[in-house]
Design a protein around this ligand. Structure first.
Ligand code: NAI
Ligand code: 15L
Length: 274
């Protein structure tokens, strides 16, 4: 496979999109930006909704690969999730198929498996057991359910059309972890860029599902499938542990919102910060 160069970045106006706009060009990528929200200072960005199938056809035309971040990124009503995340992701895959774009990196989420007990909640602390990538799906929200749909859509498009996807079940990708839970699931922006680069360039990924996090001391899940793509995380949240634990205390195993992967997404409404 020739190295991809031109990448469509959907959701480019969002938090993760903004971080990746800053980091991915250093890997040699030329980014084409897409978001329903206009992006200041980016006159060539495409401002359109994922519901606009014609705009999507035009947006994907001629790119080597797509990083699909656009969508609702928290819990919402089923109708809104249906339109943006489920129909929107289908529209994107159809446009990519029609225009022959062979590789998509899909921003899935830990909330596809959010009802999975954390290893600390379930297993002896010293067991070293990590949650495997093939753990049964247990979405914690309609949002998490939409990520399960995206992963299954990706599998269908590989099996039926030979279109490749890496589904990245992202933990929490922010500048710094802001909660004790995030010490386990944090992905530094630098590691996020490293993982997306690996997902764009690895050979024969078919449909691969990976967890997206840094090499955290308190890691909850198994990064083997991510490392198999060539991902080598460089960061560890542990430098933030002392301060966060002093402020918030250790996770309470008796509180479901602290003892499951999805954290506050298990409560209704979610309790922030997470
Ligand atoms: P965000 O909410 O900051 O950005 C999402 C972007 O998508 C926004 O700019 C929004 O305008 C755009 N968007 C929403 N609906 C759209 C539509 N119908 N058409 C076109 N654009 C639309 O979210 P963030 O944090 O940047 O996350 C990006 C992606 O990564 C999301 O899919 C999210 O579910 C996923 N993710 C992010 C995590 C994180 O830690 N930041 C963790 C797990 C998953
Ligand atoms: C997600 O899926 C969200 O998009 C992000 O905003 C965070 O809430 C993250 O999960 C998390 O679990 O911390």
């Amino acid at each position: 496979m020739p190295a991809p160069r031109t990448i469509l970045l959907t959701g480019a106006a969002g938090g993760l999109g903004t971080l990746m706009r800053g980091l991915l060009p250093a890997y040699g990528y030329e980014l084409r930006l897409f978001d329903v929200t206009p992006i200041e200072g980016e006159p060539t960005a495409i401002t359109a909704d994922l519901a606009d199938r014609e705009a999507l056809r035009e947006a994907v035309r001629g790119v080597d690969a797509i990083i699909h971040l656009a969508g609702i990124s928290l819990e919402s009503s089923f109708d809104k999730i249906l339109r943006a995340n489920i129909e929107g992701t289908y529209n994107l895959y159809e446009a990519a198929r029609a225009e022959g774009v062979g590789r998509i990196v899909f921003a899935s989420s830990n909330h596809a498996v959010g009802y999975t007990p954390s290893p600390e909640g379930e297993l002896p602390l010293d067991s070293g057991a990590l949650i495997p990538i093939d753990t049964p799906r247990r979405p914690d929200t309609y949002y998490g359910l939409s990520k399960c749909f995206g992963e299954d859509l990706a599998q269908l498009y590989w099996d039926k059309f030979g279109q490749e996807t890496v589904s990245v079940r992202i933990g929490s990708c922010f500048m710094e972890p802001t909660s004790v839970r995030m010490l386990s699931v944090w992905m530094s922006p630098g590691d996020g860029a490293r993982l997306f680069h690996a997902a764009l360039t690895a050979e024969d990924v078919r449909h691969t599902v990976v967890y997206g996090s840094s090499a955290n001391t308190r890691l909850w899940w198994d990064l083997t499938s991510a490392r198999a793509l060539g991902y080598e995380p460089q960061d560890d949240s542990e430098q933030y542990a002392e301060k966060l634990i002093a402020e918030q205390g250790e996770l309470d195993p008796a509180d479901p919102a602290q003892s499951h992967l999805g954290g506050p997404f298990l409560t209704d409404p979610p309790i922030w910060p997470y």
